[in-house]
Design a protein around this ligand. Structure first.
Ligand code: BMA
Length: 329
């Protein structure tokens, strides 16, 4: 491996396929996508934009399940290989000491990260029916303890860093509005205790045409010798609606609100039938990456057309080489 990875462990059973022969793409798709079909559990209308992490000798995940009543719920799942998943039929019911947090309105687009001694879950949480960032922690993916919302509405795409920065927990987020937000930059905030958030910093605005409407952080940033590798989604407004693609950027290791490299092109855009056709056409939306520290392999989980879940692959060396050769900053 050319570049160093920090804070990740060896994941021998990481889901993986080699780059197909002749393929020159930086990120390539799993050839049996989608890995999770929309009807995987009886109540599901769709399962997409979901999180997965290594857990015990396999993997655990928190899945966005939109039900047949079209409620937006969060469900736990487990897998031995990261590809075939058992997803709980009942949604997560959070425990909380805060009366204000007790009412569950909706939850979507989860991210999961291991920090210090436990797994933290962030998601877009309906607070009095307005979207903001919910936070909970779990040790076992059975009991989830919900903390206070990180921010006031309106906010989405809250993504925690896997370690403290300068002594504080750190989170990326995307302030938004109450609808299908036609704008959006990525911001950075810190907290000493996961409750009080401040030191807000601007990270990135939309730049190129493929992301010209809005951008948002995707999976948990990966710490490398060159900086934090962040996959992020970007939205183009076409004459037929939003198109969600994703790409990569590198953020400064000590001051992660400073981008140091940024791709000019998308790395995945909706092109396969299952990405172009579904409840919301033309959406590829990454929410999780699993990294094998021994090989630098990265498996990315992404929602497809707000309907099902796909998997794609790259390596730290592939993405960083690409960013160093093609950065548009
Ligand atoms: C965004 C979020 C995502 C969704 C996308 C496309 O605003 O709601 O969950 O995938 O729209 O519908």
């Amino acid at each position: 491996m050319k570049y160093k990875i920090f804070g990740e462990r060896e994941i021998k059973n990481i889901p993986w396929q080699d780059r197909p022969e002749g393929c020159r793409d930086v990120i390539w798709r799993y050839d049996s996508n989608p890995i999770i079909e929309r009807d995987i559990i009886p109540c599901s209308n769709s399962v997409f934009n979901s999180a997965a992490v290594p857990f015990r000798d396999g993997f655990a995940g928190v899945f966005r399940v939109d039900t047949k009543a079209r409620d937006m719920e969060l469900h736990v799942g487990f897998s031995k290989d990261g590809i075939n998943w058992d997803i709980n039929e009942n949604r997560i019911v959070f425990e909380t000491d805060s009366e204000e947090m007790a009412e569950f309105i909706y939850g979507y687009d989860p991210r999961v990260v291991f920090i210090e001694d436990r797994y933290y879950l962030t998601w877009c949480n309906g607070y009095k029916s307005k979207p903001t960032i919910g936070i909970a922690y779990t040790f076992d993916f059975n009991t989830f303890h919900q903390l206070e919302n990180a921010f006031l509405p309106f906010n989405r795409n809250g993504v925690l860093f896997p370690r403290r920065i300068d002594g504080n927990y750190a989170m990326l987020s995307r302030p938004s509005d109450d609808g299908h937000t036609p704008f959006g930059d990525i911001y950075y905030s810190e907290s000493p205790d996961m409750t009080f958030w401040g030191k807000h910093r601007h990270v990135m605005s939309p730049s190129k045409n493929w992301e010209s409407t809005k951008i948002g952080a995707g999976p948990v940033p990966i710490e490398t010798s060159e900086g934090w590798l962040l996959f992020y989604h970007g939205v183009l407004t076409s004459c037929n609606g939003f198109v969600y693609s994703f790409s990569a950027a590198l953020l400064d290791r000590d001051k992660p609100w400073k981008p140091v490299k940024r791709a000019g092109d998308y790395l995945i855009s909706p092109q396969k039938l299952y990405e172009c056709v579904g409840d919301v056409p033309n959406v590829t939306f990454p929410c999780a990456n699993i990294v094998d520290a021994a090989t630098g392999r990265i498996a990315i989980y992404y929602g497809c057309a707000d309907t099902c879940t796909g998997l794609c692959f790259t390596t730290v060396d592939d993405v960083l080489d690409y960013l160093f050769e093609n950065s548009q900053i």
